[in-house]
Design a protein around this ligand. Sequence first.
Ligand code: FMN
Length: 182
Amino acid sequence: MQLVLMGGSLRSASLNTRLMRHLAQRLESLGHQVSVFAGEALRLPLYEDGTAPAPETLALHQALLEAQGLVIVSPEYNAGIPGHLKNAVDWLSTMKPSPWPGLPVLLCAASPGAFGGARGHMAWRATLANMGAMALPEALTVPHADQQLDAEGAPTDARTAAAVPKILEGFLSLATRLHAKS
Ligand SMILES: Cc1cc2nc3c(=O)[nH]c(=O)nc-3n(C[C@H](O)[C@H](O)[C@H](O)COP(=O)(O)O)c2cc1C
Protein backbone atom coordinates (compact mmCIF):
# COMPACT_ATOMS: atom_id res chain seq x y z
CA MET A 1 0.00 0.00 0.00
CA GLN A 2 1.11 3.57 -0.66
CA LEU A 3 1.06 5.54 2.61
CA VAL A 4 1.93 9.08 3.65
CA LEU A 5 3.21 9.99 7.11
CA MET A 6 2.96 13.65 8.06
CA GLY A 7 3.76 15.44 11.28
CA GLY A 8 6.32 16.30 13.89
CA SER A 9 7.19 19.82 14.90
CA LEU A 10 9.74 22.15 13.30
CA ARG A 11 12.22 21.28 16.11
CA SER A 12 15.14 19.15 15.01
CA ALA A 13 14.74 17.13 18.24
CA SER A 14 10.99 16.64 17.75
CA LEU A 15 9.66 13.66 19.71
CA ASN A 16 6.81 13.33 17.23
CA THR A 17 9.18 13.18 14.27
CA ARG A 18 11.15 10.48 16.09
CA LEU A 19 7.98 8.45 16.70
CA MET A 20 6.95 8.99 13.08
CA ARG A 21 10.27 7.61 11.78
CA HIS A 22 9.73 4.49 13.89
CA LEU A 23 6.20 4.04 12.52
CA ALA A 24 7.47 4.59 8.95
CA GLN A 25 10.10 1.93 9.44
CA ARG A 26 7.54 -0.53 10.83
CA LEU A 27 5.19 0.08 7.91
CA GLU A 28 8.05 -0.36 5.44
CA SER A 29 9.02 -3.62 7.08
CA LEU A 30 5.43 -4.79 6.50
CA GLY A 31 5.97 -4.18 2.77
CA HIS A 32 4.28 -0.79 2.38
CA GLN A 33 5.67 2.18 0.44
CA VAL A 34 5.88 5.23 2.66
CA SER A 35 6.48 8.93 2.01
CA VAL A 36 7.40 10.96 5.09
CA PHE A 37 6.67 14.70 5.36
CA ALA A 38 8.29 16.28 8.41
CA GLY A 39 10.25 19.32 9.50
CA GLU A 40 11.26 21.62 6.65
CA ALA A 41 8.97 19.81 4.18
CA LEU A 42 6.09 21.21 6.25
CA ARG A 43 7.39 24.75 6.62
CA LEU A 44 4.86 25.98 4.07
CA PRO A 45 3.97 29.61 3.37
CA LEU A 46 0.88 30.68 5.28
CA TYR A 47 -2.27 29.99 3.32
CA GLU A 48 -3.51 33.06 1.48
CA ASP A 49 -6.42 33.23 -0.90
CA GLY A 50 -5.24 33.87 -4.45
CA THR A 51 -1.63 32.79 -3.81
CA ALA A 52 -0.29 29.83 -5.79
CA PRO A 53 0.78 26.83 -3.70
CA ALA A 54 4.54 26.46 -3.11
CA PRO A 55 6.39 23.46 -4.64
CA GLU A 56 6.46 21.80 -1.17
CA THR A 57 2.68 22.16 -0.93
CA LEU A 58 2.25 20.67 -4.41
CA ALA A 59 4.50 17.74 -3.43
CA LEU A 60 2.39 16.98 -0.35
CA HIS A 61 -0.81 17.30 -2.37
CA GLN A 62 0.44 14.89 -5.02
CA ALA A 63 1.63 12.36 -2.43
CA LEU A 64 -1.77 12.39 -0.72
CA LEU A 65 -3.62 11.98 -4.02
CA GLU A 66 -1.58 8.82 -4.63
CA ALA A 67 -1.88 7.52 -1.05
CA GLN A 68 -4.28 4.91 0.26
CA GLY A 69 -3.82 6.16 3.82
CA LEU A 70 -2.31 8.89 5.95
CA VAL A 71 -0.62 8.67 9.35
CA ILE A 72 -0.56 11.98 11.23
CA VAL A 73 1.92 12.20 14.12
CA SER A 74 1.05 15.52 15.69
CA PRO A 75 2.31 17.44 18.70
CA GLU A 76 -0.43 18.96 20.85
CA TYR A 77 -0.18 22.73 21.19
CA ASN A 78 -2.59 24.26 23.70
CA ALA A 79 -4.92 21.26 23.34
CA GLY A 80 -5.03 21.81 19.58
CA ILE A 81 -3.26 21.40 16.24
CA PRO A 82 0.15 23.13 15.83
CA GLY A 83 -0.07 26.03 13.40
CA HIS A 84 2.24 24.63 10.73
CA LEU A 85 0.23 21.39 10.48
CA LYS A 86 -3.12 23.19 10.42
CA ASN A 87 -1.71 25.46 7.71
CA ALA A 88 -0.73 22.41 5.64
CA VAL A 89 -4.20 20.92 6.04
CA ASP A 90 -5.83 24.21 5.07
CA TRP A 91 -3.73 24.45 1.90
CA LEU A 92 -4.65 20.87 0.97
CA SER A 93 -8.35 21.50 1.57
CA THR A 94 -8.32 24.26 -1.07
CA MET A 95 -6.57 22.26 -3.79
CA LYS A 96 -8.30 20.33 -6.55
CA PRO A 97 -8.93 17.48 -6.45
CA SER A 98 -9.22 17.40 -2.69
CA PRO A 99 -7.24 14.47 -1.26
CA TRP A 100 -9.38 14.30 1.89
CA PRO A 101 -12.78 12.69 1.13
CA GLY A 102 -12.65 9.00 2.13
CA LEU A 103 -8.96 9.11 3.05
CA PRO A 104 -8.22 6.72 5.95
CA VAL A 105 -6.24 8.52 8.67
CA LEU A 106 -4.43 7.20 11.73
CA LEU A 107 -3.85 9.80 14.46
CA CYS A 108 -0.72 9.53 16.62
CA ALA A 109 0.89 11.88 19.12
CA ALA A 110 3.77 12.07 21.55
CA SER A 111 4.05 14.50 24.44
CA PRO A 112 6.12 14.88 27.58
CA GLY A 113 2.77 15.35 29.34
CA ALA A 114 0.60 12.70 30.99
CA PHE A 115 -2.09 12.73 28.27
CA GLY A 116 0.30 12.02 25.41
CA GLY A 117 -1.25 14.61 23.11
CA ALA A 118 -4.71 13.00 23.20
CA ARG A 119 -6.52 16.32 23.59
CA GLY A 120 -5.05 17.57 20.33
CA HIS A 121 -6.68 14.62 18.60
CA MET A 122 -10.12 16.02 19.40
CA ALA A 123 -9.27 19.08 17.32
CA TRP A 124 -7.81 16.87 14.59
CA ARG A 125 -10.97 14.74 14.49
CA ALA A 126 -13.22 17.79 14.03
CA THR A 127 -11.05 19.08 11.17
CA LEU A 128 -10.72 15.68 9.47
CA ALA A 129 -14.46 15.04 9.73
CA ASN A 130 -15.16 18.45 8.18
CA MET A 131 -13.06 17.48 5.16
CA GLY A 132 -14.59 14.00 4.82
CA ALA A 133 -11.51 12.02 5.86
CA MET A 134 -12.05 8.73 7.70
CA ALA A 135 -10.14 8.84 10.99
CA LEU A 136 -9.70 5.48 12.69
CA PRO A 137 -11.51 5.57 16.06
CA GLU A 138 -8.41 4.22 17.83
CA ALA A 139 -5.31 6.40 18.12
CA LEU A 140 -1.75 6.04 19.33
CA THR A 141 -0.60 8.36 22.11
CA VAL A 142 2.76 8.28 23.87
CA PRO A 143 2.67 10.04 27.27
CA HIS A 144 5.95 11.06 28.99
CA ALA A 145 7.54 10.71 25.57
CA ASP A 146 10.67 12.57 26.66
CA GLN A 147 11.39 9.49 28.81
CA GLN A 148 9.43 6.77 27.01
CA LEU A 149 10.73 6.82 23.43
CA ASP A 150 14.03 5.17 22.58
CA ALA A 151 16.60 6.74 20.24
CA GLU A 152 14.85 5.24 17.17
CA GLY A 153 11.42 6.46 18.30
CA ALA A 154 10.03 3.17 19.59
CA PRO A 155 7.85 3.48 22.72
CA THR A 156 9.55 1.86 25.71
CA ASP A 157 6.52 1.55 27.99
CA ALA A 158 5.27 -2.03 27.66
CA ARG A 159 1.58 -1.17 27.21
CA THR A 160 2.25 1.51 24.61
CA ALA A 161 4.71 -0.74 22.77
CA ALA A 162 2.11 -3.52 22.66
CA ALA A 163 -0.51 -1.10 21.31
CA VAL A 164 1.59 -0.09 18.28
CA PRO A 165 1.20 -3.24 16.13
CA LYS A 166 -2.50 -3.51 17.01
CA ILE A 167 -3.24 0.07 16.02
CA LEU A 168 -1.24 -0.23 12.80
CA GLU A 169 -3.12 -3.43 11.97
CA GLY A 170 -6.48 -1.70 12.56
CA PHE A 171 -5.45 1.21 10.35
CA LEU A 172 -4.16 -1.02 7.54
CA SER A 173 -7.33 -3.06 7.64
CA LEU A 174 -9.49 0.10 7.37
CA ALA A 175 -7.35 1.36 4.49
CA THR A 176 -7.54 -1.99 2.70
CA ARG A 177 -11.29 -2.12 3.12
CA LEU A 178 -11.88 1.43 1.89
CA HIS A 179 -9.45 0.92 -1.00
CA ALA A 180 -11.26 -2.24 -2.08
CA LYS A 181 -14.53 -0.31 -2.25
CA SER A 182 -13.15 2.65 -4.22
C1 FMN B 1 3.02 26.47 22.15
C2 FMN B 1 3.07 25.15 22.84
C3 FMN B 1 1.92 24.63 23.40
C4 FMN B 1 1.94 23.37 24.02
N1 FMN B 1 0.77 22.85 24.50
C5 FMN B 1 0.76 21.58 24.96
C6 FMN B 1 -0.46 20.94 25.30
O1 FMN B 1 -1.54 21.50 25.23
N2 FMN B 1 -0.42 19.65 25.72
C7 FMN B 1 0.77 18.95 25.80
O2 FMN B 1 0.75 17.76 26.16
N3 FMN B 1 1.94 19.53 25.50
C8 FMN B 1 1.96 20.82 25.07
N4 FMN B 1 3.14 21.41 24.72
C9 FMN B 1 4.39 20.69 24.94
C10 FMN B 1 4.68 19.80 23.75
O3 FMN B 1 3.95 18.60 23.87
C11 FMN B 1 6.16 19.49 23.75
O4 FMN B 1 6.88 20.69 23.51
C12 FMN B 1 6.49 18.45 22.72
O5 FMN B 1 7.84 18.07 22.87
C13 FMN B 1 6.21 18.99 21.32
O6 FMN B 1 6.39 17.99 20.37
P1 FMN B 1 7.79 17.77 19.61
O7 FMN B 1 8.72 17.13 20.62
O8 FMN B 1 7.44 16.84 18.51
O9 FMN B 1 8.31 19.09 19.20
C14 FMN B 1 3.15 22.66 24.12
C15 FMN B 1 4.32 23.19 23.54
C16 FMN B 1 4.27 24.42 22.92
C17 FMN B 1 5.54 24.97 22.30
